[in-house]
Design a protein around this ligand. Sequence first.
Ligand code: SAM
Ligand code: GLN
Length: 306
Amino acid sequence: MSGSSSARAHAETWTVLRLMLWSADYLKTQGVPSARLDAEYLLAHVLGLGRLEMYLQHERPLTARELDEFRPLLKRRAKREPLQYVLGRQAFRDLDLEVRPGVLIPRPETERLVEEVLTWARARGRGDLVGLDLGTGSGAIALSLLSEGPFERFVGTDVSPAALEVAAGNRDALGMGERLELRAGACFEPVRAGERFDLIVSNPPYVAEAERPGLAPEVVDWEPAEALFGGPDGLEVIRAIVRGAGSALGPEGLLALEVGAGQASAVAALLEISGDYRDVEIRKDLAGKERVVMATLAAMTSHRGG
Ligand code: SAM
Ligand code: GLN
């Protein structure tokens, strides 16, 4: 694909298979994990085909235009930019969301968080729940809950204007303009005096500073730091949420948090000690890690100071 190899390409055509193998090899030399799979996704994207459809066209030659479109995408991935940013999309539950640098790529663990909240919401059996999604990022959590659960509307907040812009795009693409209100600000700043929610859900930044060297280049070099790091022990934003949630939840309101591996019992303890909550529960993700902490506002608390 370099100068000399593209000259050679005139003699020897780039077929789908040949380009796929060459690209997978190239990504591998750049240390890209799942190089073959990523090469397939990038090529399928340019060809406008599904990965499996592409297999039926292995011998198809690429046009000059397809090659021109493919080259810069491959280069971006070789620089360890996440595949999702290069493609501009990430699937999250039933949704196909836009993502780009400036917004966290939604993770499968967070689909678990949504699942737990849905179970709670469905048991309440009404269609009129109002939720707050703190640090909404791409809008993944709020938009999934609105599309799958008995929620009437959500407020989504974020400190990042770039994230709020992406969330607004995703919301509008799903025709949910009326149901997700986006507000800028840290933690409970954007919540109005006296405003109460049935649910406060958050996947806050929770990575501890000390874990920085262990993160993949795709994460640490490309995803926004304010979406990842939660101070020295990772719990800084979580502490602020636990402190503030009591006065923004309605009676029997649920607080549901995604936490980092190894943090669940500390977060559960924060909730117990606050005295504001009952039924503090920890749930595991598919990898068996304690990932979600949930608690219900104790009956007396929502009246206090309100
Ligand atoms: N909810 C999205 C998801 O699950 O994919 C994004 C989660 S990302 C881990 C955390 C988000 O919280 C980022 O969008 C970040 O900008 C935002 N954030 C960080 N600190 C915050 C704070 N103190 N208050 C509100 N949002 C914050
Ligand atoms: N799950 C992300 C990671 O592994 C972190 C997201 C977060 O801090 N909420 O890097």
